[in-house]
Design a protein around this ligand. Structure first.
Ligand code: NCD
Ligand code: ZN
Length: 471
């Protein structure tokens, strides 16, 4: 009975009970729910208390018609999570196509913001926030050798399944024999039981033999070749000065589908250090792309909106890695209020507008952007010199920092693509099957530095609290 009619019944023997969302054919619906008869009996026994009625009315939870109307009503109000809850409730005991269809449509419709809003609500009521991702990989990592390798490798192997290993040792990893030896030393330095897989690279020089590269690729030993413009960064003296002399190797790589990882900075002394990446794109990278069609290229540790725009303008043969530190620091962090050698890395961090472009790229979920931490440990003694080394050591806290940054941008649902899915897809490798879980709670503390036999190495300090911990 509707409200207008109900209002006409005013005598003291009238008891009004509400049946919201049941429609206008109450009697019929009550018969279907098999509550009409017990209800009448209770009334005639003068026994129809509110509690008795509430118990009988509870059977609506199994009433499809009622549930469908309710679902449509809350859906029209865009209360997506309530709609999902109703659909899940109906589907749980068996098949229910209209509810299944609605649930599927909702899954597609729910945006990152919806997801985050729910998460924040859960957080506000004291629930622990938790996300589970496929285990991440690091698509640009410096592991060094000897003592340093043994001291720092466990921090990466704890969280990451695989990493592209940079070949800029002294002397560099130039031949397939060098790479095989280095891989064995890495495997030998792993903690017992670790399944970490080093993905090896060769350091491209003007003397590189294309046949050696092809053989190393064919045997599965290497996954990429690394191009350092000579003099661009730490241990890059044997890199390339004359790009024409490496053309045969690049052409061979294009043929066999072996990616080229590029440190994208020109080294000309007349080019401002903050412009070196943008100039490299115009003068070196784009010409290489045009003259070597099909060559798969990774623009490594991109630091500018120019690089983001260029990556977006290219086809799927171009990928770009972004480091953890470039997502959270700009050049002010290095230079304003005193010089901070531990924030000095190459390519050097740029203006805030560039950092924001990197954040936008990383959190976009776009397949071309993936994580390459460029975690590059140097002892404090080597960082804190009049001419200190470039590199940030982020292996320990990368996943905490990334979760914090993605949460801040309302993009936690894109984190897995950045750390665990886009990279393997670019390198034609399967995504990892096992997972890691991050939980949000009180701030996590990381050590300020790790001890190595060569001396302490300072851990990158993002400059804000980290609430996400890797379980
Ligand atoms: C790296 C290193 O220390 O090997 N340093 C850095 O600042 N990123 C080299 C590099 O990747 O440029
Ligand atoms: Zn690097």
């Amino acid at each position: 009975m509707d409200a207008a009619h109900a209002a006409m019944f005013t005598r003291s023997n009238v008891k009004k009970l509400r049946m919201p969302n049941i429609g206008s054919a109450l009697q019929f619906e009550m018969m279907k729910m098999e509550i009409l008869k017990p209800l009448l009996i209770a009334a005639s026994d003068d026994n129809l208390t509110n509690l008795r009625f509430a118990k009988l009315f509870r059977t609506r939870r199994g009433n499809r018609r009622y549930l469908r109307d309710l679902m449509q009503k809350v859906d029209a109000q865009e209360r997506n999570h309530l709609t999902q809850a109703i659909c899940n409730h109906v589907i749980a005991p068996g098949r229910a196509p209209p509810f299944e269809r609605k649930l599927k449509a909702l899954d597609a419709k729910l945006t990152a913001e919806d997801w985050l809003r729910t998460a924040l609500r859960a957080n506000a009521i004291g629930m622990k926030l938790k996300i589970t991702l496929r285990r991440p990989d690091d698509w640009h990592l410096h592991l060094r050798d000897g003592n340093m390798l043994r001291a720092i490798l466990p921090y990466t192997s704890k969280h990451f399944a695989r990493a592209i290993i940079m070949p800029n040792l002294v002397p560099p990893v130039v031949t397939s024999a060098d790479a095989a030896g280095y891989r064995d030393r890495i495997l030998g330095a792993l903690p017992d039981g670790s399944k970490f897989e080093p993905l090896m690279t060769l350091y491209l020089t003007e003397q590189t033999d294309p046949d050696d590269v092809a053989a190393a690729h064919a045997s599965g030993l290497i996954k990429a070749v690394k191009l350092y413009p000579s003099g661009a960064t730490t241990n890059s003296a044997s890199g390339v000065s004359h790009f024409d002399s490496v053309r045969p190797t690049l052409e061979r790589m294009a043929e066999i589908g072996l990616p080229l990882c590029v440190h994208g900075e020109v080294t000309d002394s007349d080019i401002d250090i903050f412009d070196r990446e943008a100039v490299f794109i115009d003068r070196v990278l784009d010409p290489i792309r045009r003259t070597t069609p099909g060559l798969r290229v990774v623009m490594e540790h991109i630091t500018t909106s120019n690089a983001v725009d260029y990556a977006r303008s290219q086809d799927e043969t171009l990928g770009a890695t972004i480091t953890t530190h470039h997502l959270v620091i700009n050049r002010n962090h290095i230079l304003a209020g005193g010089i901070k050698p531990h924030y000095y890395c190459l390519p050097v961090a740029k203006r805030e507008e560039h950092r924001l472009a990197l954040r936008d790229a990383a959190t976009s979920g776009e397949a071309r952007f993936f994580l390459g931490t460029d975690s590059a440990p140097h002892t404090d003694a080597n960082k804190l010199l009049p001419c200190g080394c470039a590199g940030c050591f982020t292996a320990l806290n990368t996943m905490s920092i990334l979760a914090q940054a993605f949460e801040e941008d309302g993009a936690l649902d894109k984190l897995e693509r950045f750390t665990s899915l886009n990279g393997p897809a670019f390198y034609d490798l399967p995504a990892n099957e096992d997972t890691i879980t991050l939980t949000k709670g009180d701030p996590v503390t990381y050590p300020s530095h790790v001890e190595t036999p060569d001396g302490p190495v300072t851990v990158f300090d993002p400059g804000f609290d980290l609430n996400w911990r890797v379980e």
